[in-house]
Design a protein around this ligand. Structure first.
Ligand SMILES: Nc1ncnc2c1ncn2[C@@H]1O[C@H](COP(=O)(O)OP(=O)(O)OP(=O)(O)O)[C@@H](O)[C@H]1O
Length: 682
């Protein structure tokens, strides 16, 4: 798939998407998680791009939700699903599911939804999902204890591009290489020519290093895993509690993760811990060792009775000798014992097994009081320890990175599968919560709903009364005030929208004829002024003309065999709520009759809710079917309503019911006024 051919993908976005391993596959699969890994692409944008790609793949012209109210119904349907996701990712992923008029797209989602509906939403799985997020790529990593070295200017540029995490240095000869080895714990020489050169320090000759950058910078893998450690662990937990097949051995993955610290360093390695502590505690240990020696020596001096013969004293004084030589002569043994104690302390405190020789030299043999360490030796010791620590860390990092690198793709699949499960569980929960079934999606027109219960009603779902309703062609829906006419339109719109999203619908059974566009016009608030009235009329004019244009007259030679190219290709459903409020009652009945006739001729499916059903029928030149939501009667001033519309029945209006009640009351002492009034309704 050509990236730029996807609607909404320009050159800049295409360049960002090319950074992904396989952008074409991510687009083909509507894989929002992968798309959102491209630099600068948010999940919301990734969802829009995925939708564009899906439309391109299915040759879907879009435009299913043709009016504001139709779009609101789609948004409401989507909210019912996204409210049931645990992760933000799943909510965004669900946004790629949109109502479409193209069967191949609808079938694709239906297959997914059907399998999703077999999932068991389990509290432990939902809980585990709460810590799962899409994997994120760590930002730039900078490694300062290693460098690359080469004699070749071209290789220098290649190395900078391939491994930007470390410095690259140009060296002319082994001497310069040796200088580098003094500044860095590890030097990786890229030229074969250096093989066999004997240099002190950790200098490796690795001519293939640029092909395996992760062997030079294992941090690349480690920071990725460290950054995503908790997400991967959570995804593993989801697999465990949901009993999903994992793409790799979870125990191996988890134990490798256990060796990784949050900052990407290796944890749990005793030798590395020893060396790290030794570097950190060196100064403190040296100073304690000094105190140990001095304490010992002070005590020894205090206890010492020094007897010096006069001639000895004289000779010392004549030679100008100081206390040191006295100390050397008289306390040599004590000094040796004190220094030995200091050395032992230093070696033991820092567990300096392999560097014992250097460590012991930190305290000189020559007697002095107070005992003092040698700065030079301690500095050398620090250098040795630091180098040993860094080398050990790098080695352990390499080993761990080697293990983890092999599991990188599996870890990504693990997280993707957990996130995808969240999408499926949202669909399963939606279907469960609203007793949904998969509708039949047919190529014949109309819609038939059995036991439909709209979750969009303002009453708790348990209190929603089931509605049966089927419509073919154009119909006026009449009924008492607050009988549920608007709610029925909402139900038809919702079932139709969900069916075209490929999702289950809240009904016991449903058959939905495939359409390309849903035009749903909500009730207008109050009478429209002339301008707004004209604009509304134009909308219907366009709709009718549009439908007309799609269904050329068979006599004009445009159509040949079979159905006309237009209507069957792009069938529409039109739902309109109380269009009468756009203007005065007499005029609006005529207008509605005209629109219905035109839509009927053009084989649209249409339901017009109106209190003017009788007038519309009278104004229409063709037979227009009328259905009615009937009141079973008034009970304590409240209407008892049969929510399912009765086919072919003009429902009595609320005023008619009230007049009838007054006429039937037996208290008609108004000279037959109520009975006469009732007669006007016949
Ligand atoms: N199937 C149903 N189950 C339970 N309650 C319902 C159902 N349908 C409608 N209702 C209740 O009736 C109220 C009125 O419904 P609705 O607005 O659809 O009636 P209407 O016939 O369009 O009214 P109006 O003629 O005043 O426009 C709803 O707000 C809801 O509380």
């Amino acid at each position: 798939m050509e990236l730029e051919s996807v609607p909404g993908v320009g050159a800049k976005t295409a360049a960002a998407l090319r950074e992904l391993d396989d952008p074409e596959a991510a687009l083909r699969d509507g894989d929002v998680a992968s798309l959102a890994r491209a630099p600068g692409i948010s999940e919301g944008r990734a969802a829009r791009i995925a939708r564009g790609a899906i439309r391109a793949e299915h040759d879907d012209p879009g435009g299913f939700t043709a009016t504001k109210r139709a779009r609101e119904i789609h948004e409401d349907a989507l909210s019912l699903l996204t409210e049931r996701t645990v992760t933000d990712y799943a909510a965004k992923r669900l946004e790629t599911i949109y109502p479409s008029g193209v069967r191949s797209r609808i079938e694709e989602v239906r297959a997914f939804a059907e399998s999703a509906m077999t999932r068991e939403p389990d509290a432990a799985v939902l809980d585990a999902l709460s810590a799962v997020e899409p994997l994120s790529e760590p930002g730039d990593v900078r490694v300062r204890d290693r460098c690359l070295a080469t004699r070749d200017a071209e290789r220098y540029a290649d190395a900078q591009a391939a491994i930007p995490e470390v410095s690259v240095e140009v060296v002319d000869d082994a001497r310069q290489l040796a200088e580098l080895a003094r500044s860095y714990s590890t030097v990786v020489a890229l030229d074969e020519a250096f093989a066999g050169v004997d240099i002190e320090g950790d200098v490796r000759v690795e001519p293939n290093a640029l092909e395996e950058p992760e062997s030079v910078v294992p941090e690349r893998v480690l920071t990725f895993f460290a950054r995503n450690r908790d997400r991967i662990r959570a995804a593993a937990e989801v697999h465990r509690v949901a009993d999903l097949d994992a793409p790799c051995d979870l125990d191996t993955l988890l134990s490798a993760l256990d060796q990784l610290d949050e900052d990407g360093s290796v944890s749990g390695d005793e030798e590395l811990d020893r060396l790290t502590t030794a570097v950190d505690d060196l100064d403190a240990a040296v100073s304690t060792a000094e105190s140990v020696a001095n304490d010992h020596l002070r005590e020894a001096i205090e206890e010492q009775d020094v007897t010096i013969e006069g001639t000895d004293l004289l000779s010392l004084v004549e030679r100008g000798a100081g206390v040191d030589s006295l100390l050397q002569r008289e306390l040599a043994d004590e000094y040796a014992a004190a220094v030995e104690k200091a050395r032992d302390h230093l070696v033991d405190a820092l567990a300096l097994r392999d560097m014992e020789v250097t460590a012991r030299r930190a305290f000189p043999d020559e007697p002095a009081y107070p005992v003092e360490h040698s700065e030079d030796v301690v500095a050398r010791l620090r250098e040795e320890l630091t180098a040993a620590r860094d080398q050990r860390a790098t080695r352990r990092k390499r080993e761990l990175a080697d293990d983890l690198a092999e599991m990188r793709e599996d870890a990504a699949s693990l997280v993707d599968a957990a996130l995808e499960l969240d999408v499926e569980l949202a669909i399963a929960r939606f279907a469960d919560d609203f007793d949904c079934v998969m509708p039949d999606l047919t190529e014949s027109e109309g819609v038939a709903i059995e036991g439909g219960r709209s979750p969009l009603l303002d009453v708790p779902f348990e209190a929603v009364e089931p509605v049966d309703y089927d419509v073919e062609g154009v119909t006026v829906l009449s009924g008492v005030n607050s009988g549920g006419k608007t709610s029925t339109l909402d139900l038809v719109a919702l079932v139709t929208t969900l069916a075209h999203m490929g999702l289950p619908v809240p009904a016991e059974a449903a058959r939905v004829g495939r359409i390309s566009e849903l035009h749903y016009h909500a009730k207008t608030q109050g009478t429209l002024d002339a301008g707004a009235f004209e604009a509304t009329l134009r909308e219907f004019g366009d709709l009718v003309a549009d439908v007309d244009h799609r269904n050329p007259d068979p006599d004009d030679g445009a159509a040949t065999d079979g159905p006309a190219a237009g209507t069957d290709d792009r069938p529409v459903m039109v739902l309109v709520d109380e269009l009468e409020s756009i203007t005065e009652p007499g005029a609006s009945a005529k207008i509605m009759a005209g629109i219905l006739e035109a839509l009927g001729e053009r084989q649209a499916t249409a339901i017009f809710v109106s209190h003017l059903a009788r007038d519309i029928r009278e104004a229409a030149e063709t037979e227009i079917s009328i259905d009615g939501i009937e009141a079973k009667g008034l009970e304590d001033g409240e209407l008892r309503v049969e929510r399912s519309p009765v086919k072919g029945k003009l429902a009595r209006s609320t005023p008619e019911l009230i007049v009838e009640k007054l006429a039937d009351d037996g208290t008609d002492d108004s000279d037959g006024f109520y009975s006469d009034l009732l007669g006007k309704f016949e």
